[in-house]
Design a protein around this ligand. Structure first.
Ligand SMILES: Nc1ncnc2c1ncn2[C@@H]1O[C@H](COP(=O)(O)OP(=O)(O)O)[C@@H](O)[C@H]1O
Ligand SMILES: [Mg+2]
Length: 271
């Protein structure tokens, strides 16, 4: 994890500018941009197909951009693989969790060191380190438990523990609460808050407006592959965000129906 930030002095360690990407000639991103600060969570919002996951896959080294710059701490970087992203302190907590179910929690946390370094990795030490990471997350699951026995929420914490093991300072959450129970969702929010307090940059993709007010300091809205709006949470008006996401005006006839539908979708359970 990075150095703690002084409250009120949030820095801008991550900047993505002019990011474009086309799949088979069809643009998925058109000069998209994004800025995120240490110790803050940036919500990335947008309707399905807006380009959120594509932008994050580029940041996670999962896919390459056709053009654009990624700057971390003022230095332009190039990401050719997820391993490159890990080296730069970027971690991705995927929507579809990337666990090995028949392996233990500790083995999943140390998966990048297995099997080539397995003979070097003392199992006891691996379990001890995993335990420390899980404790830091306020999580009581056993490092020796098989992942297949865990709930989705616990598996997600194992992914976060893996990110911490790599000292991730930028953690991307792609719709992390879509399969969580209410209490798991609250626990995740606590984890996000503690990561922010430790100076981590959080990028938080969600459809849920109530979540952004709970844990995000800033909001970026994407539509049709473009960044259409970015602002501090204090300037966020839910109706405006919904309209920006859909690209409709206040008085468009069909738009009223569409935005009502989206607002319903976006306010699931005010926990
Ligand atoms: N691997 C892919 N191959 C082809 N098209 C893709 C691929 N990934 C995303 N797209 C397209 O790119 C656009 C943006 O998708 P995506 O980034 O998944 O949006 P979001 O996460 O905001 O729902 C969509 O039109 C989608 O169909
Ligand atoms: Mg997506």
């Amino acid at each position: 994890m990075s150095q703690a930030q002084t409250p009120g002095q949030a820095q801008t360690p991550l900047r993505m500018t002019d990011i474009s990407k086309a799949y088979a000639g069809i643009p998925a991103l058109r000069s998209a941009h994004l800025e995120a600060r240490a110790g803050e969570a940036l919500a990335v919002m947008g309707a399905n197909g807006a380009g959120k996951s594509t932008l994050m896959n580029i940041l996670g080294g999962v896919t390459s951009s056709d053009s654009g710059q990624i700057v971390i701490d003022g230095v332009e970087i190039s990401l050719r693989s997820p391993r490159d992203a890990t080296k730069h302190g970027i971690a991705f907590v995927h929507q579809e969790l990337t666990m090995f179910p028949t392996m233990t929690v500790a083995e999943n946390i140390f998966i990048d060191s297995l099997p080539s370094q397995a003979f070097l990795t003392d199992t006891k030490d691996m379990i001890r380190q995993s335990q420390a990471l899980l404790t830091r997350l306020g999580c009581t699951i056993s490092p020796a438990a098989r992942v297949e026995r865990l709930s989705i929420g616990d598996r997600q914490l194992v992914e976060i523990a893996r990110a911490l093991r790599h000292n991730a300072r930028i953690i991307i959450f792609d719709e992390p609460t879509s399969s969580l129970t209410g209490p798991e969702r609250q626990r995740l929010f606590e984890v996000v808050r503690s990561l922010k307090a430790a100076g981590v940059v959080i990028i938080y993709i969600t459809h849920f407006l109530d979540e952004i007010f709970s844990i995000c300091e800033r909001v970026t809205v994407m539509r049709n592959g473009e960044t259409v709006w970015a602002s501090p949470i204090s300037d966020v008006d839910p109706a405006k965000v919904v309209h920006l996401m859909l690209g409709v005006t206040e008085n468009g006839a069909g738009s009223a129906h569409r935005s009502r539908r989206l607002e319903r979708l976006s306010w699931p359970s005010m926990a």
